[in-house]
Write a protein that binds this ligand. Structure first.
Ligand code: PMP
Ligand code: GLN
Length: 389
């Protein structure tokens, strides 16, 4: 076809959201909240437009936002970043990831991720000419019907070699909701140091943790100089449509990533930056309120899926729950998700979308359902699923 790389395929999120709209389905597919951002954050953006923040901002981001990103990392993680040389504002985490990979990966270099992985990773690694290697997240069913996930630090360590240019981590993880723990992160940092690789860490769900604790990779011994951390206002402030994200890393890394960002978008949305700066400075209770509200909706969806009789992976964090649909149908999840919006009025994403084509074996009967939706949407989706089952 026209497209250069096999991994550069149309994103499933756009396709499933279009199907959901066409059939009036409850959209538990694409991960965006249908709840409002903190009112003061929304007001600040409106005010910025009225006050004339409508032309190109500085390419690296307005100073107020770079300072706020640095202050946020200091406040929550004790990390020190210089706002003028170690922080870059991007057009969502998506651009942060793309600019980082395009900056670092030379054709033929290996990029290692866990599998499943957020779908953009495969596409951008292909665009950069990299070779994508994966280490599986293992799924284990306990006696009581509890499904657990495990990442083996030794398996990860062994997969990092002199050919590895970047280890791309994602914690909290999409789509599994797994929060990676210290031994796993330290194994990656140590092996990256040994083989002179970089660690790119996608931490967009950093605040949306229900069980356990988010551990930023950059805080680990030996990590700071070779780690690029990525965040997003979309998740943290419930403004996915604003597409404001950021990178924090040492100055030489930020310089290289900025050089690429200039040629992708040059700069990112001016009037939104001051509002995000304000949002990141909000009180601890305001961050916690977003998370507790989301946790209640996680429990609502998880509980109901278990009642329906589906094995689920209870997510520690993020927007999504994974469920095994094999008790309901002999179809694979990809086929099921294609007809679910029209026939049941619910949209979901097959976990196959987060795996290389043809490598979805262990996850073939698993779907991802989003609980970052308002209660009525979740309840109505559940009503439809119960009627169908
Ligand atoms: N990384 C992960 C793990 C995500 O789930 C998403 C979006 N849901 C992104 C990156 C993209 O973030 P943004 O919308 O800020 O580009
Ligand atoms: N990251 C969101 C998800 O996982 C979707 C973002 C997008 O549509 N590109 O659902």
């Amino acid at each position: 076809g026209l497209l250069a790389g096999g991994e550069v395929r149309p994103t499933i999120f756009a396709r499933m959201s279009a199907l959901a709209a066409e059939h009036g389905a409850m959209n538990l597919g694409q991960g965006f909240p249908d709840t409002d951002p903190p009112p003061a954050v929304a007001e600040a953006a409106v005010a910025a437009i009225r006050e004339g923040a409508n032309q190109y901002p500085p390419g690296a981001g307005i100073p107020a936002l770079r300072e706020s990103i640095a202050a946020h990392q200091k406040r929550f993680y004790g990390l020190d970043w210089d706002p003028s040389s170690e922080v870059l504002v991007t057009t969502g985490a998506t651009e942060a990831l793309a600019a980082s990979l395009l900056a670092l990966v030379r054709p033929g270099d290996e990029v290692l991720t866990l599998a499943p992985f957020y779908d953009a990773y495969g596409a951008v690694i292909a665009l950069a000419g990299g070779v994508h290697r994966t280490v599986p997240i293992h799924r284990e069913s306990g006696a009581s019907g509890v499904v657990d996930l495990r990442v083996d630090p030794e398996e990860l360590r062994a997969a990092i070699t002199d050919r590895t240019r970047v280890v791309l981590l994602n914690s909290p993880h999409n789509p599994t909701g797994l929060v990676l723990e210290r031994p796993v992160l330290q194994a990656v940092v140590d092996a990256a140091a040994e083989h002179d690789a970089y660690v790119l860490t996608d931490e967009v769900y950093e605040h949306l943790v229900f069980d356990g604790e988010h551990l930023p990779t950059a805080t680990l011994p030996g990590a700071r100089e070779r780690t690029i951390s990525v965040g997003s206002a979309g998740k943290t402030l419930s403004v996915t449509g604003w597409k404001v994200g950021w990178v924090t890393a040492s100055a030489p890394l930020v310089d290289a990533i900025t050089a690429v960002k200039q040629w992708l978008t040059y700069a990112s949305g001016a009037p939104l930056q001051g509002a995000v700066a304000q949002g990141l400075a909000m009180a601890d209770e305001d961050f916690t309120a977003i998370t507790s509200d989301l946790e209640e909706r996680r429990d609502l969806l998880v509980g109901a899926l278990q009642e329906i009789g589906l094995p689920v992976i209870v997510p520690q964090a993020g927007y999504f729950v994974l469920a095994d649909v094999s008790p309901l149908t002999s179809e694979d999840a990809t086929e099921l998700c294609d007809r679910l919006p029209a026939q049941v009025g619910v949209a979901a994403i097959p976990v196959s979308a987060f795996l290389p084509e043809g490598e979805d074996g262990p996850w073939r009967s698993w779907v991802r359902l989003a609980f970052c939706k308002d209660r009525d949407t979740i309840q109505e989706a559940l009503r439809r699923l119960r009627t169908w089952t």
